[in-house]
Write a protein that binds this ligand. Sequence first.
Ligand code: ZN
Length: 422
Amino acid sequence: MTRLRTVRGTLLCPSRERGRFELIRDGVLELDAAGTIRSIGSAPTGCTVATTRPGCVWLPGFVDTHVHFPQTRAIGRSSGALLDWLQQTIFAEEAKFADPHYAAIVAREFCQAMIDQGTTCASIYGSSHHAATEVLFRELDRSGLRAQAGTTLMDRGAPAELCVAASDALPACDELAARWDGHDGGRLRYCVTPRFALSCSAELMNGAAELAQRRGLPIQTHLAEHPDEVAAVARAFPESATYLETYAAHGLCTERTLFGHALWLAPEEWRLLAEQNAAISHCPDSNFFLGSGVFRLREATERRIRVGLGSDVGAGRTFSMRRVASAAYDASLLNGVKVSSAELLWLATTGGAEALGLTARVGRLESGFDADLVAIECGVADRASSTLDELLDALVFCAEGNPVRGTYVRGRQLARTEAVSP
Ligand SMILES: [Zn+2]
């Protein structure tokens, strides 16, 4: 696959500051041979470079901070709220990943679904079966996507075919981490992934924390998604004052931890998240589908907690991070807070990179950053009279009318999106 070396067109550049973008209507982006951005600016007078993908807007690729690989084919399967949905729909589908052949077929569908929606980077819950998670890593490697992923750790609270004892699971994770963490110049990372407190023994949580600490790995898990789950955690861990404390007590609340959801938090849990500099993945479409609740975005941003957006497929009904951003708007309005499309798009790109600790190289169009890009066809961008706000609204709220035309990591186009017209 060849890499882009120059992009000329409409460039939408997020700033480091949350919710801010600069629009360059006729810009030029230069890449080096490794796919790193060398320079960005307005096209000079008399520029002879042809427009790349006329009619498209170029921006950083989307970052999906929470998505479940073995739920790819369970998307849109309704069976009520979280705990019922897990028991009635999800565990049976996840059990199929004992077969690495099945895992390989779904891994290809999974990666393609993200590429089709302009996602260039994801934080992925793998299978609880190590062979299937290895298959996922191989497909991520082949696809060219950027990702962190890990075996979903469970040793209780789920059907026996999904549970793996800590004594088996942790050495296998160590082996996967040795093979994949840092692969291809850091494009792939291993992420320690205890599913949630209800599915993990103390031994498994302690071991997961030890592995993450020893290898300097990121951690992801679920936190306070649904009131019934919060009540069940309180019964299962009577020694912990709060849900977050069950993780903190086992070394899993760190600055490398990404917590999914965080809907039902007590004030002391918000304080602890901020103190530890942990990050949150906000998954509004999933929250609506499972009737879980509404995330309080301003509780997080006012405390300067890093927040990204997550599809949470298969509880989320879409791989489109723009659809997720649109759902985040709805969720916020229910809290009486209007969030701008600029902030939503920023959360889906730069904010996601921040939540994954990738701010040095991913999530902005700036010299020295990797050219992880999405090209989105957008008629509004071609109108000379259109404002930046109109463009941002069209990108976030009218995803169907403004399709993705190309998805790139380090300037290299990922499979099956349309080729660049000469
Ligand atoms: Zn999830």
